[in-house]
Design a protein around this ligand. Structure first.
Ligand SMILES: [Zn+2]
Length: 169
């Protein structure tokens, strides 16, 4: 179930050729081969769904792990939750993500792995909402510098993966 509609203008997502190619690939990943007749996507802030016994919740800006065939287990931020009306007339739910790229370095003092948040088309960005049955929440903190004051400085794309978060539980 998708809740709280949001305008695509507030999502930082560009719906262009790359978006549509990604969306076709996402359809293909569950065996659906068709050209995109309908170009409209409806965006939401929040999704909840039941997988087996458990109820799951997904919000924009959640950090998750995704198991994707080509990439293995990787970390991403949910940047969009949307539905698209396919050629058969049914709506299908998808997520749009930005990827954390592991730069194979640790922070000098904190000894946490450093990741860079990519906002680009280098990797696929769109996946069926169903990949989230393999998602678990993970904890990233901004690698703050002097320019982070009231808000985090968005030009700094470096984040630290907080491995201690889970060990503490
Ligand atoms: Zn910061």
């Amino acid at each position: 179930m998708l809740r709280k509609p949001v305008s695509v203008r507030n999502t930082n997502i560009v719906i262009g050729t790359t978006f549509r190619i990604d969306l076709s690939l996402a359809y293909e990943s569950f065996g659906y081969h068709a050209s995109m007749i309908n170009k409209t996507c409806n965006f939401y802030k929040y999704a909840s769904y039941i997988n087996g016994e458990a109820q799951h919740h997904l919000n924009i800006d959640d950090v998750v792990t995704i198991q994707v065939a080509d990439y293995g287990e990787s970390y991403a931020v949910i940047k969009g939750i949307f539905k698209h009306k396919s050629n058969d007339g049914y709506f299908y739910p998808f997520i749009y993500v930005d990827w954390f790229e592991d730069v194979d370095k640790n922070h000098d003092k904190l000894d946490c792995p450093i990741f860079v948040l990519r906002h680009d088309d280098f990797y696929r960005n769109i996946f069926p909402l169903t990949v989230v049955d393999k998602v678990q929440k993970v904890h990233f903190v901004h690698n703050c510098n002097a320019r982070c004051k009231d808000n985090h400085n968005s030009e700094n794309k470096r984040y630290l993966k907080n491995d201690f978060f889970f060990k503490a539980i």
